[in-house]
Ligand binder design. Sequence first.
Ligand SMILES: Cc1ncc(COP(=O)(O)O)c(C=O)c1O
Length: 223
Amino acid sequence: MKIGLDEARALDARDPLARFRAEFELPPATPLYFAGHSLGLMPKRTRAYVEEELDAWSREAVEGHFAGERPWMPYHELVAAPLARIAGAREGEVVAMNSLSVNLHLLLVSFYRPTPARHKILIEEGAFPSDRYAVASQARFHGFPDAVVEVPRGADPRELVDDTIAVVLIGSPNFLTGEAFDLRAIARSAQLAAVAAGAVAGSWPASSAARSHRAASSNRPAR
Ligand SMILES: Cc1ncc(COP(=O)(O)O)c(C=O)c1O
């Protein structure tokens, strides 16, 4: 889609988020920044926040884990409330930990229980490369090197869900195209397929999956 400068300015003027623009550092040579799918712009407040932690380190040394305004050891408790607001979840349902790829592996260790009949992992085409690598390496680790099935761009993941699929992992919005998926509907159809095959989907509930950035479902047996 091509639009002219005037139209772009008019869209900016109507954009309720435009008022946040001044809160970010814009690289001088980059008046327009379109890499929001990757590392976003640096919020101006970041520098002060990082310096506060450096000050705490210089003041407290190792005691910074337990002392000061924001002790580091229980940092995940300090960020639970805002994170829950972002994810649309309850505080007890979220935790900030590790890196995204490590968390994906942990998720797959729990939910990916492949069998010869049901071992495929459904992921959208154009997924973030390290997400794709994470599912591929889990599949290889379990001895199913060809397990990864990509949903072609523009297709509905639900059309590919059947009783050979062990896990559905969809990033929404897709990092490359910005396409948003109906995670609630995808999680529901994945769970139905698992039930039809005689197993109960072991993902988190469809409602929370729909509220989160990812939908995952698996053939993990009910406990
Ligand atoms: C969708 C997605 N997956 C994976 C990553 C990589 O995350 P990490 O370096 O925390 O493993 C990113 C980072 O931007 C991401 O946006």
